[in-house]
Every structure is written in structure tokens, then in C-alpha cells.
Design a protein around this ligand. Structure first.
Ligand code: HPA
Length: 245
């Protein structure tokens, strides 16, 4: 079964015909909320709002381990994660949709593995390609079916947040090879890999990253809201195109 994890601006899927909701208990504590089960264009889908349905959980406080465990437990074998980002590369301005293909992790202090119990053997998962190739191809096809333009590929730099970055931090991230910056791909992608769940992401560029373009002096939150609102309409169309893809 496919899961959609919604980020800022996507706390529900209005094209999902809801069948039921389920509160899942996990060995890692509470997930961000109940899992919402339903049908999306005839396909069984489960939806989870990463920051809670009232958007109250900050990126560094999200219980990623519980979320991913709950989805696995529900029978999920692939996840499309929706996340808003700041655009670093000049061609990645507000409103662009992007399917990242790489990650750099700048987060700290988050539970980023299931393999840390005293009795558990250490397991090193391969993470050379952090996003699942065939799920990315299906998403590209879905975007194509839906007639929605998406950028194919990009390096997602994951920062700790919840504050936004300084201009110098963005310069450094760009030197490191980052194309967009967000706060949630890690440890989400790594935990999915540890559980054997195929994981791909759709990024919505909500703003120019700090110090760039229209964010040269400051990042405007009103602008972010407006961009996310408009862009999530296209994200929902891509997800709706998934069944035909
Ligand atoms: N930085 C980090 N995360 C973000 C941003 C940003 O500029 N915009 C949306 N999520």
C-alpha cells in the first residue's frame, strides 16, 4: 500500500475518499496523528500529516521513528513524502515542484536509526541513492499524466530548524552541493530505508532560501503561505495522476 506523508500546506488530501482512521501505538511513542485510510483514484492510500493535523509539531519534534513504524505496521510498502523547501539554485524559485534525488543531512539530535537497542546487532543500510528510483519514475509519470511540470532531481539539504537559515549557511550549503533546503527529509528517508519501505519525495519550493532572490533581506511568511496554497493544488493533481502512471 502507498502512503502519503503531507508536510506544511498539505494536512489533508481532498481527493482522498476516506474509509477510516486508525490510531496506531508504536514502541517508539506517538505518531504525528491517526493514520487516515482511503481511496485515491481507486488505489488504497494511507495519509499522515507529518506536523499533526493542526500543524503543531515542529520539524525537530516530529516523531519520525513512530511515524514510519506505524506506516510499516499498517502494511505500507511505499511512501511519497511531500515537503516544502527553500530554493537555493536560481532556477528553483517559489512555486517550483521538484523530485529530489539526493540528500545532505545537517540535522542533529534526532532519532535516526532503529538499530540502537543494546541487544540489537548493528545494521548498516545502503543509502547511496536515498530515494527509490522506481517510485521516482512513477511520480514523474504521474506528473506527466496530470500535466504538471516537475523538476527531475536535486540535492535536498536537511537543516535542523525550526529557525530558517542564515545567508552564510545557505552559501555554505550551496558550496556543499545543496539545491534546496528543508527540515524533514532526514531522518524520514533513512528510517524508511531501514524498514525496507520505498521512499520518494515531492518538494514544493515555498521561498527563495535566505539571502537569495526575494529573500535577500528576509523571508516573507505571507509569501510562503500563498505559494504553498497554490502549489499544493498541483501536488494533489500529481498524486491523482499516480493511478494512471
Ligand atoms: N529553509 C528550510 N526549510 C524550509 C524553507 C527554508 O528556506 N522553506 C520551507 N522550508
Amino acid at each position: 500500500m502507498l502512503a502519503v506523508i503531507g508536510g506544511s500546506g498539505l494536512t489533508e488530501l481532498d481527493n482522498l475518499t476516506i474509509t477510516h482512521r486508525e490510531v496506531v501505538r508504536t514502541p517508539y511513542g506517538e505518531p504525528s496523528g491517526a493514520l487516515t485510510f482511503g481511496q485515491l483514484c481507486g488505489m488504497s492510500v494511507v495519509f499522515l500529516a507529518r506536523h499533526g493535523y493542526g500543524h503543531t509539531i515542529a520539524p525537530h519534534r516530529v516523531n519520525y521513528a513512530a511515524n514510519l513504524w506505524a506506516l510499516k505496521h499498517a502494511g505500507v510498502d511505499s511512501i511519497v513524502a511531500v515537503a516544502s523547501v527553500g530554493g537555493i539554485r536560481a532556477d528553483l524559485g517559489p512555486g517550483v515542484l521538484l523530485l529530489p534525488d539526493q540528500i545532505i543531512d545537517y540535522t542533529w539530535g534526532r532519532k535516526s536509526t532503529y538499530f540502537e537497542g543494546a541487544e540489537e546487532l548493528v545494521k548498516h543500510v545502503d543509502f547511496t541513492e536515498p530515494f527509490d528510483a522506481s517510485l521516482r519514475i512513477r511520480l514523474l509519470a504521474a506528473a506527466n499524466t496530470a500535466g504538471v511540470q516537475v523538476h527531475d532531481g536535486g540535492v535536498y539539504a536537511t537543516t535542523q530548524g525550526p529557525r530558517l537559515e542564515t545567508a552564510a549557511e545557505i552559501n555554505r550549503i550551496e558550496r556543499d552541493g545543496g539545491d534546496v533546503v528543508g527540515m524533514t527529509a532526514m531522518p524520514e528517508a533513512a528510517l524508511a530505508r531501514e524498514l525496507g519501505i520505498a521512499y520518494a519525495a515531492i518538494n514544493v519550493v515555498a521561498n527563495h532560501a535566505a539571502g537569495r532572490g526575494s529573500s535577500e533581506k528576509a523571508i516573507s511568511f505571507e509569501q510562503i503561505e500563498a505559494v504553498l496554497h497554490e502549489s499544493m493544488v498541483r501536488v494533489r493533481r500529481v498524486l491523482g495522476g499516480f493511478c494512471g502512471a
